[in-house]
Design a protein. Structure first.
Length: 131
């Protein structure tokens, strides 16, 4: 005769472990129960994270000073990371590749503090959507 597993453990353990076995993974919900996201527009995500990706893009494309400060580079790097998460998320149906905010962020990361005139020309390609 087989004993129920709870008979070998305390009653508390049974109340903690057994309900977990009836969760979404065992109910046939699969990964969707964990990965489901509420429908949120890109504009709503920008507003939530306090970033205006198009304004940032225009700022970078119209930059005319010969160099950028470390503070500007840090601000751009952080904002481009948010814009990349919003607009260039791999695996989503609307993951636009242009402008390529993730690519622009990599350009800034690769500068290693050198924000001279070459930086702006390298940023133009991912942001201006030129071939």
């Amino acid at each position: 005769m087989t004993r129920h597993p709870c008979l070998h453990r305390s009653i508390v353990a049974c109340f903690v472990v057994l309900p977990a076995l009836g969760g979404p993974a065992f109910a046939g919900a699969g990964d969707d129960a964990v990965n489901e996201r509420p429908p949120v527009t890109r504009a709503q995500r920008e507003n939530h994270w306090g970033v205006d990706c198009e304004r940032l893009r225009q700022e970078l494309l119209q930059w005319e000073r010969p160099a950028a400060t470390a503070t500007e580079l840090a601000r751009w790097h952080e904002a481009l990371a948010l814009c990349a998460a919003i607009h260039n998320t791999p695996g989503t149906p609307d993951a636009g590749s242009c402008p390529d905010y993730a690519g622009a962020r990599r350009v800034i990361a690769d500068t290693r503090g050198d924000a001279g005139p070459g930086l702006m020309s390298r940023l133009r390609r991912p942001l201006a959507c030129e071939p």
